[in-house]
Design a protein around this ligand. Structure first.
Ligand SMILES: NC(=O)c1ccc[n+]([C@@H]2O[C@H](COP(=O)([O-])OP(=O)(O)OC[C@H]3O[C@@H](n4cnc5c(N)ncnc54)[C@H](O)[C@@H]3O)[C@@H](O)[C@H]2O)c1
Length: 392
């Protein structure tokens, strides 16, 4: 029909970074056409890039990318590529996003948006002037249980909310012999808070609305130096290390309180050295007429008014998001990456019935501002710090 955008017949995609999360993006592109109907163009897996050639080649073989390349620049310079995921260390997000947008490519960037608040602000300026899709991978937004909880809150099922308790406790940095990597440098706020705290902040705001102010910020760093790796480090994995060490300049743990714009009080704690806790994003929301709780160690269920709710086709994302349409058979993190990728590609291709779009760079800037407010609060003995922007 005249004036309507026709969906493209094929989209060529690339992933920059073949480490822990890069492979999850690769799997997302591979599977995006298997879920939520047939509206997407055919996806061509054009290239996967990593400075570590072995990793790039391994991922290209396993996921079926046409080529493995050594640098992100090769992706930016390839005119056949339409859309790209940026899945490398946070400090590289801005230069890569700038080059990709300048080359006319759609961008799905990993969280947190950037290595610094200044870079994040520049990326929002870039988004404002861009004619391509720019999005951020806040993957927990694609969990059926978290989305259902958001629906409960929005529908008023819990009545007026009284308190939000959120935490993200992980044990990936418990071992003091764990190798030094980009995760252990970047200054206050770039440690556990930026890495995993950004997720629970985003979930808190996704469900309860924007945070307005922060107080009681406090950081601790228990493991102040770590051994240098002898070779490549992938994600949180162990690796052979040397006797030489490097200084850790960011936090192992963070705690803080917040006031949401709605008036709701919240309390957050974040740790990358939580012994015995592989990956526990969890939260409780109390309202005057109901409560909900979620613990991501059991990702396919949540508690509503004291009762266990099993994730199944009655919840958002599950129907058409899983091959088997039966409760109790789904809920993993890989599927959430597939939904995130599908939402990005829906947005890019303009197909019918798109999934809700991913977070924008501007949404993700807000998370960076919350993190910066925690840094300021911690530096001022826990003082209250208001956010520069009251709304997202
Ligand atoms: N959404 C999520 O749940 C989630 C989970 C984990 C990580 N992340 C995010 O994903 C990003 C990457 O994290 P990760 O754990 O995968 O890191 P990682 O260290 O496992 O992988 C990063 C990869 O980038 C490669 N690399 C470095 N410089 C490069 C360059 N110039 N060109 C090409 N490749 C280069 C490295 O060789 C490495 O393999 C971070 O922003 C992180 O916060 C998101």
């Amino acid at each position: 029909m005249e004036g309507e955008t026709m969906p493209q017949e094929q989209l060529s995609v690339a992933v920059i970074g073949a480490g822990m999360a890069g492979r999850s993006h690769a799997a997302g592109y591979l599977n995006a056409n298997t879920v939520f109907g047939r509206g997407l163009p055919r996806i061509r897996l054009a290239a996967i890039a990593d400075a570590n050639r072995d990793l790039a080649e391994d991922a290209a073989d396993r996921y079926g990318f046409a080529k493995a390349v050594n640098s992100w620049e090769e992706v930016a310079e390839d005119p056949s590529i339409d859309a790209v995921s940026i899945v490398v260390s946070n400090a590289l997000h801005r230069p890569i996003a700038e080059a990709l947008v300048a080359a006319g490519k759609h961008v799905l960037c990993e969280k947190p948006l950037a290595g610094t608040l200044e870079d994040a602000r520049a990326m929002v300026e870039l988004e404002r002037s861009a004619s391509v899709v720019t999005a951020v991978g806040y993957t927990y937004r694609r969990n059926p249980a978290i989305t259902a909880i958001r629906d409960h809150v929005r529908a008023g099922d819990l009545g007026d909310l009284s308190v939000f308790f959120g935490r993200y406790w992980a044990n990936y940095a418990c071992d003091p012999r764990g190798p030094f990597s980009w995760r252990y440098t970047g200054g206050p706020g770039s440690g556990a808070l930026g890495d995993i705290g950004s997720h629970i902040i985003d979930v808190g705001e996704y469900v309860c609305g924007p945070i307005q102010s922060v107080s009681g910020g406090m950081f601790t760093t228990q493991i102040t130096e770590r051994p240098l790796p002898l070779g490549a480090v992938v994600g949180h994995e162990a690796a052979p290390v040397s006797e030489e060490t490097a200084e850790v300049d960011n936090e192992d743990t963070a705690v803080f309180s917040v006031r949401f714009q709605s008036g709701l009080a919240g309390s957050f704690s974040v740790s990358r050295i939580a012994y015995g806790m592989p990956n526990e994003l969890s939260f409780d929301i109390e309202g005057v007429a109901g409560q909900v709780s979620l613990d991501f160690h059991r990702p396919a269920e949540y508690i509503h008014n004291g009762m266990q709710v099993i994730v199944g086709p009655q919840l958002p994302y599950f129907r058409d998001g899983y091959p088997m349409q039966a409760a109790g058979l789904g809920g993993g993190y890989a599927e959430m990456f597939t939904y995130q990728t599908r939402a990005f590609l829906d947005h890019v291709s303009g197909g019918p019935d798109p999934l809700p779009p991913n977070a924008s760079f501007a949404d993700a800037l807000h998370t960076m501002e919350v993190i910066q407010a925690v840094v300021k609060s911690a530096a001022a003995d826990g003082a209250r710090v208001s956010l520069p922007t009251a709304t997202r």
